[in-house]
Design a protein around this ligand. Structure first.
Ligand code: ZN
Length: 95
């Protein structure tokens, strides 16, 4: 499912301990010269790491996070819809 766009799988987006791609930023500060020092936390093993990213890398990270978030929201929405259906069916069976 990868189109013509070049894949940019930066090591900074992966945990150096367990290589999990779910490495979310918890804190960041401007590090000068259009770079930011980001503090990441690995959701898989709980490791903290600091990485300095430039604007392009930061943008790529944001896109990644947006993607993950929307996938998560879609999953939650699906669950919510399933619950709704079950409730409706139960109500119908009772009446
Ligand atoms: Zn990890």
């Amino acid at each position: 499912m990868h189109g013509g766009q070049p894949q940019s799988h930066r090591e900074a987006f992966r945990c150096s301990e367990c290589h999990s791609p779910f490495f979310s930023p918890v804190d960041w500060e401007y590090a000068g010269r259009a770079t930011w020092q980001i503090r990441f936390r690995c959701g898989a093993c709980g490791r903290f790491e600091r990485h300095v990213l430039n604007e392009d890398e930061l943008e790529a990270l944001e896109r990644r996070l947006d993607q993950d978030t929307s996938e998560m929201l879609a999953a939650i929405e699906l669950l919510a819809r399933t619950d709704e259906v079950d409730v409706e069916r139960l109500l119908r069976e009772e009446t």
